[in-house]
Design a protein around this ligand. Structure first.
Ligand SMILES: Cc1ncc(COP(=O)(O)O)c(C=O)c1O
Length: 413
Protein backbone atom coordinates (compact mmCIF):
# COMPACT_ATOMS: atom_id res chain seq x y z
CA UNK A 1 0.00 0.00 0.00
CA UNK A 2 1.31 3.42 -0.97
CA UNK A 3 0.95 5.99 1.85
CA UNK A 4 -1.37 8.82 0.78
CA UNK A 5 -1.55 11.16 3.78
CA UNK A 6 -0.71 14.85 3.51
CA UNK A 7 1.91 14.40 6.25
CA UNK A 8 3.65 11.67 4.28
CA UNK A 9 3.64 13.85 1.16
CA UNK A 10 5.19 16.75 3.05
CA UNK A 11 7.91 14.47 4.45
CA UNK A 12 8.65 13.22 0.92
CA UNK A 13 9.03 16.81 -0.28
CA UNK A 14 11.32 17.64 2.65
CA UNK A 15 13.60 14.70 1.74
CA UNK A 16 13.41 15.11 -2.04
CA UNK A 17 16.89 15.49 -3.60
CA UNK A 18 15.27 17.21 -6.61
CA UNK A 19 13.32 19.78 -4.57
CA UNK A 20 15.96 22.53 -5.12
CA UNK A 21 15.52 22.11 -8.91
CA UNK A 22 12.23 24.00 -8.73
CA UNK A 23 14.29 27.18 -8.36
CA UNK A 24 15.53 26.66 -11.90
CA UNK A 25 12.06 27.54 -13.22
CA UNK A 26 9.81 30.60 -13.31
CA UNK A 27 6.58 29.03 -12.11
CA UNK A 28 3.59 31.30 -11.47
CA UNK A 29 2.65 31.47 -7.79
CA UNK A 30 -0.18 29.15 -6.71
CA UNK A 31 -0.21 27.02 -9.87
CA UNK A 32 0.10 23.24 -9.75
CA UNK A 33 1.40 22.56 -13.22
CA UNK A 34 0.69 19.06 -14.49
CA UNK A 35 1.05 19.68 -18.21
CA UNK A 36 4.81 19.62 -18.65
CA UNK A 37 4.26 16.66 -20.97
CA UNK A 38 2.55 19.08 -23.35
CA UNK A 39 4.29 22.41 -22.77
CA UNK A 40 7.14 22.61 -20.27
CA UNK A 41 7.36 25.65 -17.98
CA UNK A 42 9.71 28.58 -18.46
CA UNK A 43 13.23 27.86 -17.18
CA UNK A 44 15.04 30.75 -15.51
CA UNK A 45 17.52 32.51 -17.74
CA UNK A 46 15.50 32.04 -20.94
CA UNK A 47 13.88 35.49 -20.80
CA UNK A 48 17.28 37.15 -20.39
CA UNK A 49 18.85 35.03 -23.12
CA UNK A 50 16.12 35.84 -25.64
CA UNK A 51 16.26 39.53 -24.71
CA UNK A 52 20.03 39.50 -25.25
CA UNK A 53 19.76 37.68 -28.57
CA UNK A 54 17.18 40.20 -29.74
CA UNK A 55 18.81 43.39 -28.49
CA UNK A 56 22.53 42.67 -28.76
CA UNK A 57 23.10 39.76 -31.12
CA UNK A 58 20.40 40.80 -33.59
CA UNK A 59 19.80 44.48 -32.78
CA UNK A 60 23.40 45.61 -32.48
CA UNK A 61 25.64 42.98 -34.03
CA UNK A 62 23.24 42.16 -36.86
CA UNK A 63 24.39 39.62 -39.43
CA UNK A 64 27.85 39.35 -37.89
CA UNK A 65 26.23 37.22 -35.17
CA UNK A 66 26.11 34.18 -37.43
CA UNK A 67 29.85 34.06 -36.65
CA UNK A 68 30.38 36.19 -33.54
CA UNK A 69 27.51 34.60 -31.58
CA UNK A 70 28.02 31.27 -33.38
CA UNK A 71 24.39 31.12 -34.54
CA UNK A 72 25.51 28.76 -37.28
CA UNK A 73 26.32 26.02 -34.78
CA UNK A 74 23.15 26.30 -32.66
CA UNK A 75 21.65 23.07 -34.12
CA UNK A 76 24.73 21.03 -33.22
CA UNK A 77 25.21 22.73 -29.83
CA UNK A 78 21.61 22.10 -28.78
CA UNK A 79 21.77 18.56 -30.17
CA UNK A 80 24.89 17.87 -28.10
CA UNK A 81 23.08 19.06 -24.95
CA UNK A 82 20.15 16.69 -25.65
CA UNK A 83 22.42 13.72 -26.43
CA UNK A 84 23.14 12.62 -22.82
CA UNK A 85 19.41 12.65 -22.06
CA UNK A 86 18.79 10.04 -24.78
CA UNK A 87 21.91 7.90 -24.38
CA UNK A 88 23.57 9.17 -27.53
CA UNK A 89 26.92 10.67 -28.50
CA UNK A 90 26.89 14.45 -29.02
CA UNK A 91 27.74 13.85 -32.69
CA UNK A 92 24.59 11.73 -33.18
CA UNK A 93 21.98 14.37 -32.28
CA UNK A 94 21.01 17.64 -33.92
CA UNK A 95 18.25 20.15 -33.26
CA UNK A 96 16.09 20.64 -36.35
CA UNK A 97 12.65 21.57 -37.64
CA UNK A 98 9.58 20.01 -36.00
CA UNK A 99 9.02 16.43 -34.93
CA UNK A 100 6.58 15.94 -37.84
CA UNK A 101 9.16 17.03 -40.41
CA UNK A 102 11.82 14.93 -38.73
CA UNK A 103 9.58 11.84 -38.85
CA UNK A 104 9.37 12.25 -42.63
CA UNK A 105 13.11 12.75 -42.96
CA UNK A 106 14.25 9.76 -40.91
CA UNK A 107 11.54 7.37 -42.12
CA UNK A 108 12.39 8.28 -45.72
CA UNK A 109 16.12 7.85 -45.02
CA UNK A 110 15.43 4.44 -43.46
CA UNK A 111 13.29 3.34 -46.44
CA UNK A 112 16.09 4.37 -48.79
CA UNK A 113 18.62 2.39 -46.75
CA UNK A 114 16.37 -0.66 -46.93
CA UNK A 115 15.55 -0.56 -50.65
CA UNK A 116 13.60 -3.56 -51.89
CA UNK A 117 11.58 -3.70 -48.67
CA UNK A 118 8.27 -1.89 -48.91
CA UNK A 119 6.48 -2.26 -45.59
CA UNK A 120 6.44 0.39 -42.88
CA UNK A 121 4.98 -0.56 -39.49
CA UNK A 122 3.43 1.54 -36.75
CA UNK A 123 0.62 1.10 -34.25
CA UNK A 124 -3.00 2.28 -34.12
CA UNK A 125 -3.51 5.20 -31.76
CA UNK A 126 0.06 6.40 -32.19
CA UNK A 127 0.22 10.20 -32.04
CA UNK A 128 -1.67 11.33 -35.17
CA UNK A 129 1.23 13.18 -36.77
CA UNK A 130 3.37 10.02 -36.71
CA UNK A 131 0.69 8.11 -38.63
CA UNK A 132 -0.12 11.02 -40.93
CA UNK A 133 3.51 11.55 -41.88
CA UNK A 134 3.96 7.85 -42.57
CA UNK A 135 0.77 7.84 -44.66
CA UNK A 136 2.13 10.77 -46.65
CA UNK A 137 5.52 9.15 -47.07
CA UNK A 138 4.28 5.72 -48.18
CA UNK A 139 1.81 7.32 -50.63
CA UNK A 140 4.59 9.49 -51.97
CA UNK A 141 6.93 6.52 -52.38
CA UNK A 142 4.39 4.84 -54.62
CA UNK A 143 1.95 1.94 -54.77
CA UNK A 144 4.51 -0.70 -53.78
CA UNK A 145 4.79 0.81 -50.31
CA UNK A 146 2.33 -0.01 -47.53
CA UNK A 147 1.85 1.31 -44.04
CA UNK A 148 0.78 -1.49 -41.74
CA UNK A 149 -0.83 -0.31 -38.52
CA UNK A 150 -0.52 -3.20 -36.09
CA UNK A 151 -1.71 -3.58 -32.48
CA UNK A 152 1.24 -3.40 -30.12
CA UNK A 153 1.06 -7.02 -28.98
CA UNK A 154 1.30 -8.16 -32.62
CA UNK A 155 4.07 -5.83 -33.80
CA UNK A 156 6.94 -8.27 -33.31
CA UNK A 157 5.13 -10.94 -35.35
CA UNK A 158 4.28 -8.45 -38.09
CA UNK A 159 7.93 -7.57 -38.74
CA UNK A 160 9.09 -9.66 -41.69
CA UNK A 161 11.69 -9.68 -44.44
CA UNK A 162 9.70 -7.09 -46.38
CA UNK A 163 9.69 -4.61 -43.48
CA UNK A 164 11.81 -1.55 -44.15
CA UNK A 165 11.05 0.48 -41.04
CA UNK A 166 9.23 0.22 -37.72
CA UNK A 167 8.31 3.60 -36.18
CA UNK A 168 6.91 3.68 -32.66
CA UNK A 169 6.45 6.23 -29.92
CA UNK A 170 8.38 5.05 -26.88
CA UNK A 171 5.92 6.48 -24.31
CA UNK A 172 2.35 6.65 -25.58
CA UNK A 173 0.89 10.15 -25.61
CA UNK A 174 -2.41 9.11 -23.96
CA UNK A 175 -1.86 5.95 -21.95
CA UNK A 176 1.85 6.58 -21.08
CA UNK A 177 2.49 2.89 -21.84
CA UNK A 178 6.19 2.44 -22.48
CA UNK A 179 7.66 0.08 -25.06
CA UNK A 180 10.63 -2.16 -24.35
CA UNK A 181 12.98 -0.15 -26.55
CA UNK A 182 15.83 -2.66 -26.62
CA UNK A 183 13.53 -5.67 -27.13
CA UNK A 184 11.53 -4.20 -30.04
CA UNK A 185 14.67 -2.77 -31.66
CA UNK A 186 16.27 -6.22 -31.53
CA UNK A 187 13.15 -7.84 -32.99
CA UNK A 188 13.24 -5.35 -35.88
CA UNK A 189 16.95 -5.92 -36.48
CA UNK A 190 16.54 -9.71 -36.36
CA UNK A 191 14.34 -9.34 -39.45
CA UNK A 192 16.56 -6.73 -41.12
CA UNK A 193 14.20 -3.81 -40.44
CA UNK A 194 15.34 -0.40 -39.19
CA UNK A 195 13.91 1.09 -36.00
CA UNK A 196 12.77 4.68 -35.45
CA UNK A 197 11.73 5.85 -31.99
CA UNK A 198 9.61 8.93 -31.32
CA UNK A 199 10.88 10.16 -27.96
CA UNK A 200 8.51 13.10 -27.58
CA UNK A 201 7.07 11.84 -24.28
CA UNK A 202 10.31 10.29 -23.06
CA UNK A 203 13.13 12.82 -23.36
CA UNK A 204 13.73 14.57 -20.06
CA UNK A 205 11.13 12.38 -18.34
CA UNK A 206 12.49 8.83 -18.41
CA UNK A 207 16.06 7.60 -18.87
CA UNK A 208 16.58 6.64 -22.52
CA UNK A 209 19.59 4.78 -23.90
CA UNK A 210 19.42 4.78 -27.69
CA UNK A 211 22.99 3.51 -28.09
CA UNK A 212 22.45 0.66 -25.67
CA UNK A 213 19.18 -0.31 -27.39
CA UNK A 214 20.89 -0.23 -30.80
CA UNK A 215 18.26 2.18 -32.17
CA UNK A 216 18.80 3.37 -35.74
CA UNK A 217 16.95 6.69 -35.69
CA UNK A 218 14.99 8.77 -33.20
CA UNK A 219 13.15 12.07 -33.15
CA UNK A 220 11.46 14.05 -30.42
CA UNK A 221 9.84 17.31 -29.32
CA UNK A 222 11.66 20.19 -27.66
CA UNK A 223 8.68 21.86 -26.01
CA UNK A 224 7.49 19.12 -23.63
CA UNK A 225 9.73 17.82 -20.83
CA UNK A 226 12.72 19.66 -22.34
CA UNK A 227 10.98 23.00 -21.67
CA UNK A 228 12.24 24.53 -24.94
CA UNK A 229 9.23 26.86 -25.26
CA UNK A 230 6.03 26.88 -27.30
CA UNK A 231 6.73 25.36 -30.71
CA UNK A 232 10.40 24.83 -29.84
CA UNK A 233 12.51 23.08 -32.46
CA UNK A 234 12.68 19.30 -32.34
CA UNK A 235 15.66 16.93 -32.54
CA UNK A 236 16.92 14.05 -34.66
CA UNK A 237 19.18 11.16 -33.69
CA UNK A 238 21.02 9.03 -36.22
CA UNK A 239 23.17 6.14 -34.97
CA UNK A 240 26.82 6.75 -35.72
CA UNK A 241 27.03 3.63 -37.89
CA UNK A 242 24.45 5.12 -40.27
CA UNK A 243 25.72 8.69 -40.38
CA UNK A 244 27.55 8.37 -43.69
CA UNK A 245 24.72 6.40 -45.30
CA UNK A 246 21.46 7.94 -44.10
CA UNK A 247 20.18 10.24 -46.84
CA UNK A 248 17.11 12.29 -46.12
CA UNK A 249 15.09 13.73 -48.99
CA UNK A 250 14.70 17.35 -47.84
CA UNK A 251 18.09 18.38 -49.17
CA UNK A 252 18.13 22.02 -48.12
CA UNK A 253 21.28 24.09 -48.01
CA UNK A 254 21.80 23.77 -44.24
CA UNK A 255 22.29 20.02 -44.80
CA UNK A 256 24.94 20.64 -47.46
CA UNK A 257 28.57 19.75 -46.78
CA UNK A 258 29.57 23.36 -47.47
CA UNK A 259 26.49 25.62 -47.60
CA UNK A 260 28.55 28.73 -48.17
CA UNK A 261 30.19 27.37 -51.32
CA UNK A 262 26.88 28.19 -53.06
CA UNK A 263 27.33 25.45 -55.64
CA UNK A 264 24.47 24.12 -57.79
CA UNK A 265 24.66 20.49 -56.72
CA UNK A 266 23.67 19.12 -53.34
CA UNK A 267 26.27 17.14 -51.42
CA UNK A 268 25.20 16.07 -47.91
CA UNK A 269 27.26 16.99 -44.85
CA UNK A 270 29.26 13.97 -43.72
CA UNK A 271 27.98 14.34 -40.17
CA UNK A 272 24.62 14.69 -38.39
CA UNK A 273 24.15 18.13 -40.01
CA UNK A 274 22.89 16.32 -43.13
CA UNK A 275 19.60 16.09 -41.21
CA UNK A 276 19.23 19.89 -41.34
CA UNK A 277 17.14 21.58 -44.01
CA UNK A 278 17.02 25.40 -43.92
CA UNK A 279 18.03 28.42 -41.88
CA UNK A 280 17.83 27.97 -38.11
CA UNK A 281 15.16 29.93 -36.20
CA UNK A 282 17.70 31.66 -33.99
CA UNK A 283 15.34 33.08 -31.35
CA UNK A 284 13.67 29.73 -30.68
CA UNK A 285 16.95 27.83 -30.82
CA UNK A 286 18.60 30.22 -28.35
CA UNK A 287 15.69 29.89 -25.93
CA UNK A 288 15.95 26.11 -26.20
CA UNK A 289 19.70 26.12 -25.59
CA UNK A 290 19.33 28.07 -22.34
CA UNK A 291 16.28 26.03 -21.29
CA UNK A 292 18.34 22.85 -21.44
CA UNK A 293 20.59 24.21 -18.67
CA UNK A 294 17.78 23.16 -16.30
CA UNK A 295 19.08 19.60 -16.82
CA UNK A 296 22.71 20.42 -15.98
CA UNK A 297 23.96 17.90 -13.41
CA UNK A 298 20.58 16.15 -13.22
CA UNK A 299 20.70 12.36 -12.88
CA UNK A 300 17.88 10.88 -14.97
CA UNK A 301 17.72 7.83 -12.69
CA UNK A 302 16.84 10.14 -9.78
CA UNK A 303 14.23 11.85 -11.99
CA UNK A 304 12.77 8.46 -12.88
CA UNK A 305 12.57 7.36 -9.26
CA UNK A 306 10.67 10.49 -8.28
CA UNK A 307 8.45 10.30 -11.36
CA UNK A 308 7.46 6.75 -10.46
CA UNK A 309 6.80 7.75 -6.84
CA UNK A 310 4.65 10.73 -7.92
CA UNK A 311 2.63 8.74 -10.43
CA UNK A 312 2.17 5.90 -7.91
CA UNK A 313 0.95 8.44 -5.36
CA UNK A 314 -1.41 10.08 -7.87
CA UNK A 315 -2.95 6.75 -8.88
CA UNK A 316 -3.39 5.72 -5.24
CA UNK A 317 -4.99 9.08 -4.35
CA UNK A 318 -7.34 8.87 -7.34
CA UNK A 319 -8.43 5.39 -6.24
CA UNK A 320 -8.99 6.66 -2.69
CA UNK A 321 -10.66 10.03 -3.33
CA UNK A 322 -12.40 9.70 -6.71
CA UNK A 323 -14.21 6.39 -6.36
CA UNK A 324 -17.85 6.54 -7.37
CA UNK A 325 -17.35 9.45 -9.78
CA UNK A 326 -16.92 7.39 -12.96
CA UNK A 327 -13.17 7.91 -13.17
CA UNK A 328 -11.01 5.09 -14.58
CA UNK A 329 -7.23 4.67 -14.42
CA UNK A 330 -6.07 4.29 -18.03
CA UNK A 331 -2.33 4.26 -17.42
CA UNK A 332 -0.50 1.04 -16.61
CA UNK A 333 -0.32 0.61 -12.83
CA UNK A 334 3.08 -1.06 -13.07
CA UNK A 335 5.47 1.90 -12.73
CA UNK A 336 8.14 0.12 -14.81
CA UNK A 337 5.78 0.07 -17.79
CA UNK A 338 4.71 3.69 -17.94
CA UNK A 339 6.29 7.04 -18.67
CA UNK A 340 5.77 10.18 -16.61
CA UNK A 341 2.11 11.04 -17.10
CA UNK A 342 -1.14 9.46 -15.96
CA UNK A 343 -4.39 9.43 -17.92
CA UNK A 344 -7.78 9.05 -16.36
CA UNK A 345 -10.92 8.24 -18.32
CA UNK A 346 -14.00 10.27 -17.48
CA UNK A 347 -17.03 11.00 -19.67
CA UNK A 348 -17.12 14.60 -18.44
CA UNK A 349 -13.33 14.91 -18.51
CA UNK A 350 -13.25 18.06 -20.61
CA UNK A 351 -15.38 20.06 -18.16
CA UNK A 352 -13.58 18.61 -15.13
CA UNK A 353 -10.20 19.65 -16.56
CA UNK A 354 -11.52 23.19 -17.20
CA UNK A 355 -12.76 23.40 -13.60
CA UNK A 356 -9.35 22.19 -12.40
CA UNK A 357 -7.57 24.82 -14.48
CA UNK A 358 -9.77 27.54 -12.95
CA UNK A 359 -8.60 26.31 -9.54
CA UNK A 360 -4.92 26.47 -10.53
CA UNK A 361 -4.38 22.80 -11.34
CA UNK A 362 -3.31 22.57 -14.96
CA UNK A 363 -3.69 19.26 -16.73
CA UNK A 364 -5.16 18.64 -20.15
CA UNK A 365 -7.84 16.73 -22.01
CA UNK A 366 -7.45 14.41 -24.97
CA UNK A 367 -10.47 13.26 -26.99
CA UNK A 368 -12.61 11.35 -26.56
CA UNK A 369 -12.56 11.17 -22.76
CA UNK A 370 -9.06 11.31 -21.31
CA UNK A 371 -7.83 13.65 -18.58
CA UNK A 372 -4.04 13.73 -18.74
CA UNK A 373 -1.70 14.74 -15.93
CA UNK A 374 2.04 15.14 -16.43
CA UNK A 375 4.58 14.62 -13.66
CA UNK A 376 7.72 16.68 -14.10
CA UNK A 377 9.96 15.80 -11.16
CA UNK A 378 12.12 18.90 -11.54
CA UNK A 379 9.30 21.19 -10.49
CA UNK A 380 6.37 19.12 -9.20
CA UNK A 381 6.20 17.80 -5.65
CA UNK A 382 4.32 15.29 -3.54
CA UNK A 383 2.15 17.86 -1.79
CA UNK A 384 1.29 19.36 -5.21
CA UNK A 385 0.08 15.92 -6.26
CA UNK A 386 -1.96 15.53 -3.09
CA UNK A 387 -3.58 18.96 -3.51
CA UNK A 388 -4.38 18.30 -7.17
CA UNK A 389 -6.39 15.18 -6.34
CA UNK A 390 -8.00 16.88 -3.34
CA UNK A 391 -9.19 19.71 -5.61
CA UNK A 392 -10.40 17.23 -8.23
CA UNK A 393 -12.39 15.36 -5.55
CA UNK A 394 -14.00 18.64 -4.49
CA UNK A 395 -14.94 19.39 -8.12
CA UNK A 396 -16.72 16.05 -8.34
CA UNK A 397 -18.29 16.39 -4.87
CA UNK A 398 -19.77 19.83 -5.52
CA UNK A 399 -20.62 19.09 -9.17
CA UNK A 400 -19.22 22.52 -10.06
CA UNK A 401 -17.88 21.08 -13.34
CA UNK A 402 -21.50 21.04 -14.60
CA UNK A 403 -21.53 24.83 -14.93
CA UNK A 404 -21.93 25.54 -18.65
CA UNK A 405 -18.78 27.66 -18.94
CA UNK A 406 -16.65 24.58 -18.28
CA UNK A 407 -18.04 22.88 -21.39
CA UNK A 408 -17.21 25.71 -23.79
CA UNK A 409 -14.46 24.44 -26.07
CA UNK A 410 -11.56 26.54 -27.30
CA UNK A 411 -9.75 25.81 -30.55
CA UNK A 412 -7.07 23.97 -28.59
CA UNK A 413 -8.22 21.41 -26.05
C1 LIG B 1 4.46 11.45 -29.92
C2 LIG B 1 4.37 12.81 -30.54
N1 LIG B 1 4.98 13.04 -31.71
C3 LIG B 1 4.93 14.26 -32.28
C4 LIG B 1 4.24 15.31 -31.69
C5 LIG B 1 4.11 16.67 -32.29
O1 LIG B 1 4.86 16.92 -33.39
P1 LIG B 1 5.04 18.43 -33.89
O2 LIG B 1 5.90 19.13 -32.89
O3 LIG B 1 5.65 18.30 -35.22
O4 LIG B 1 3.71 19.09 -33.91
C6 LIG B 1 3.61 15.09 -30.46
C7 LIG B 1 2.89 16.22 -29.81
O5 LIG B 1 2.27 16.12 -28.81
C8 LIG B 1 3.68 13.83 -29.89
O6 LIG B 1 3.06 13.59 -28.73
Amino acid sequence: MIPTSLDWCQTQDANDPLAPMKDRFDLPEGIIYMDGNSLGVLPKGVKERVADVVSREWGTDLIKSWNTADWINLPSRVGAKIAPLVGAKPSEVVMADSTSINIFKVAAAACAMNKGRTKVISEPGNFPTDLYMLQGLTEFLGPDYTLEIVDRDKIVDAIDDNTAVVLLTHVHYVTADMFDMAGITKAAHDKGALMVWDLSHSTGAVPVDLNDAGADFAIGCGYKYLNGGPGAPAFVYVAERHLGKAKQPLTGWFGHANPFDFVDTFRPAADIRRMLVGTTGVLAASAFETALEAFDGVDMQVVRKKSQALTDLFIALCREKLSGYGVGIVTNENPAKRGSHVSLSCDDGYAVVQALIERGVIGDFRAPNFMRFGFTPLYLGFEDTYRAVEIMAEIFQTGVWKEPRFSAKGAVT
